[in-house]
Design a protein around this ligand. Structure first.
Ligand code: NDP
Length: 243
C-alpha cells in the first residue's frame, strides 16, 4: 500500500523520474516533484489529476541548501517524508583522453554529491521517526565499465557503495535503502554528450531496443509498495538482449 505515502522525487522533470511520478500518483501517493526546470515539473503536475496530492519544487541537487529546503517544504506540506527517490543524474559520456574535465566534475557533483545531499536533508527526520525509505537510481554502469563510461561508472559505483554503507549502518532501524540499476532506457539522458568521438560511435546504434521509463517506474513502485518487513536493496533491469 502506498496510498498517502509522502514521496520526494528528484529528477522528476523528465524520463525515469517523470514516469515514476505518474506510477506512484496512480497508486495514491502524495508527491513533491523536484528538478531545476520548473516549467517541465508544472506541466507534469497538470497531468496528474488523480487522488494523491502533487507539489513541485525547483531544486538543484548539487546544493545542500536546496535539498534542505526541499525536505523542509515536504515536511511542512505533508507532515512526514516516507520516501526520498534520489533519481537526478547526468551522463555526459566521454573518452578520458579528451579531458572533458568540467563534465567529469559535473557528474561527480550531481550523481554523487546530489545523492549525499538528498540523504543529509532527510536523515534526521527519518531517524527521529525511525521510518523511511531512500531509493537511488544507480545504473547498469555500476556493474560494468565500458569505453567512455569511466567517470559515469565511477559515480554509479560510488552510489552503490553509499547505499550499501547506509544499509549496513542503519540495519537496526526501519529506514530502508534501494538501489535501482537500469540498463539502457530511452530518455533525454544522452543529450548532454558532447564528446564527438562518442557521438560518432553512437551513430552505429544499439543491437537491442532500450527500455521505456515506465519499465523502471514499475521497479520503483515494487520497492515502495513492499511491507515494512521487506527491504529491497537492489534491482537490476536491463532490456532483453543488452549484454
Ligand atoms: P533524463 O535526462 O530524462 O532525466 C534526468 C533528470 O535529472 C532530469 O529530470 C533533470 O532535471 C535532473 N537533473 C539533472 N541535473 C540536476 C541537478 N543538478 N539538480 C536537479 N536535477 C537535476 O534521464 P533519465 O531519466 O534517464 O535519468 C534518471 C536517472 O537514471 C539518472 O540518475 C541516470 O543516471 C539514471 N540512469 C539512466 C539510464 C538510461 O539509459 N536512461 C540508465 C541507467 C541509469 P532538470 O534538468 O530539470 O534539473
Amino acid at each position: 500500500m502506498i496510498q498517502n505515502k509522502s514521496i520526494i522525487i528528484t529528477g522528476a522533470s523528465s524520463g525515469i523520474g517523470a514516469a515514476a511520478a505518474k506510477k506512484l500518483h496512480q497508486h495514491g501517493a502524495n508527491l513533491v516533484l523536484a528538478a531545476r526546470r520548473k516549467e517541465r515539473l508544472s506541466q507534469l503536475q497538470a497531468e496528474l489529476t488523480g487522488e494523491g496530492k502533487v507539489f513541485v519544487f525547483e531544486a538543484d541537487v548539487t546544493s545542500l541548501e536546496n535539498m534542505q529546503e526541499l525536505a523542509a517544504f515536504t515536511l511542512k506540506t505533508y507532515g512526514k517524508i516516507d520516501v526520498l527517490f534520489n533519481n537526478a543524474g547526468v551522463m555526459p559520456l566521454s573518452y578520458m583522453k579528451n579531458k572533458k574535465i568540467a563534465e567529469w566534475y559535473q557528474m561527480i557533483d550531481v550523481n554523487i554529491k546530489g545523492v549525499l545531499n538528498g540523504f543529509a536533508a532527510v536523515s534526521d527526520h527519518m531517524l527521529e521517526r525511525n521510518e523511511g525509505h531512500v531509493i537511488t537510481t544507480s545504473s547498469d554502469a555500476a556493474h560494468k565499465v565500458f569505453p567512455g563510461s569511466a567517470v559515469y561508472s565511477g559515480t554509479k559505483h560510488a552510489v552503490h557503495a553509499i547505499m550499501q554503507g547506509l544499509k549496513m549502518e542503519m540495519a537496526h532501524t526501519n529506514i530502508r535503502f534501494t538501489a535501482i540499476s537500469p540498463g539502457a532506457v530511452a530518455t533525454e539522458l544522452t543529450d548532454s554528450i558532447t564528446d564527438q568521438d562518442i557521438l560518432d560511435n553512437m551513430k552505429e546504434g544499439m543491437p537491442f531496443s532500450p527500455l521505456d521509463s515506465e519499465n523502471i517506474a514499475d521497479a520503483v513502485y515494487y520497492a515502495v509498495s513492499q511491507p515494512l518487513s521487506v527491504d529491497v536493496n537492489e534491482i537490476v533491469v536491463r532490456p532483453n538482449h543488452q549484454g
